[in-house]
Design a protein. Structure first.
Length: 361
């Protein structure tokens, strides 16, 4: 994938960089290596990239060291060699290159280096952040929030996410928004969260669009507006199963749109097909309602069965209920099987049904 900074590279621009590189300018050599590595403005040629990175390294370029090290770490154009990669990253970092510091921190975080630990990754990210690395700021926030090196520290996470967001890092802004919405490490502020979600959603972050839609649906930090909620849910639903399910609920309840149970089933089905077991349960409940407008018992059984594959105890119980109303030994055996399974997993209603059928729970 071509990095954002190289996306608008033209052959003419690449030729200018090459001319400077051939004159011996180290940073131009490093940058020319990038162009060949990613095929930006020139034909992709990893060997040519290695050649120019190496030339930059010979002249003491910190960025050249970091990028050649990355090639050794990944085995891109050279034989994979983590020891060489680590040495190059250390040399780069010691020159004060933030990119080298970031790479070294990541290597230690992933346990690939021999000369440092996970704790050292924090040290290098801190040094890189002091150099203005937004990447390092984001990762310091991530490490603090998730407790990847020490105990979780939400206030510290919020501090670094804010620093990265102040430099335009919208993904960091999204994560800060989550902390603000939940009041973790910071005072709860739905309005500020909404602002950050909007910035990230405008950049294509589907989870941010979903979160913004939920704020509009509930009226948290923004005016309650079902139509606006639906707009953001639809934007998120291109890749977010939770948004698909939320759209289904809005159609089911007639929130912001005319009630349409069949359209709701369609959206729930999309959510389920995209991995939402909650949507599978929702479909089972809707389709098993004999008085409902979309009753389809066999389909309901199908969706409940899928939910049981995730270990859902309620779905086990509901399968027992559906099979209990049917005649035939095979169906009655299925009823007992699912009630027994749900009962063993602590479902009290399943236990009651088994006892009513004359079986011990």
């Amino acid at each position: 994938m071509v990095p954002p900074r190289q996306k608008h590279m033209t052959p003419e621009m690449a030729a200018e960089i090459r001319a400077e590189a051939e004159k011996g300018d180290a940073e131009s050599q490093s940058r020319l290596g990038d162009l060949y590595r990613f095929g930006a403005g020139v034909q992709f040629d990893i060997k040519e990239a290695i050649k120019w990175y190496s030339a930059a390294v010979e002249q003491g370029s910190g960025s050249g060291m970091a990028r050649l090290g990355r090639c050794y770490e990944l085995g891109s154009g050279v034989k994979r060699d983590h020891e060489k990669a680590e040495d190059l990253y250390i040399r780069s970092a010691d020159l004060g290159c933030a990119e080298g510091m970031d790479r070294l921190a990541e290597m230690y975080l992933r346990g690939r280096g021999k000369k440092g630990t996970k704790e050292d990754s924090v040290k290098w990210y801190l040094k890189s952040a002091e150099k203005g690395s937004v990447h390092a700021m984001f990762w310091l926030g991530t490490l603090a929030e998730n407790g990847l090196v020490s105990e979780p520290d939400f206030a510290e996470a919020a501090k670094w996410y804010q620093a990265a967001a102040d430099h335009g890092q919208y993904v960091a802004g999204f994560h800060l928004g989550l902390l603000l919405e939940e009041g973790k490490g910071v005072a709860q502020d739905f309005g500020k969260a909404a602002e950050l979600y909007r910035k990230a959603a405008d950049e294509g972050v589907a989870d941010a669009a979903f979160r913004l839609g939920a704020l509009y649906e509930k009226g948290n930090g923004v005016p309650k507006d079902p139509a606006e909620a639906m707009k953001w849910y639809r934007k998120s639903a291109e890749s977010n199963s939770k948004a698909m399910q939320s759209i289904g609920e809005m159609y089911l309840n007639g929130t912001g749109v005319p009630a349409d149970p069949r359209e709701a089933v369609s959206w729930f089905s999309m959510a389920a097909d995209n991995g939402s077991w909650e949507a599978e349960i929702r479909l089972g409940d809707l389709l098993s309602d004999e008085k409902g407008p979309v009753y389809d018992k066999e389909k309901a059984i199908e969706w409940y069965r899928k939910a049981t594959e995730h270990g859902d105890v309620y779905a086990q119980y509901r399968l027992g209920c559906l099979y209990e109303t049917e005649a035939g030994l095979e169906r009655q055996m299925e009823c007992l099987k699912w009630y027994s399974m749900a009962a063993r997993n602590g479902n009290e209603d399943a236990k009651k049904h088994l006892m009513a059928l004359g079986f011990s729970a």
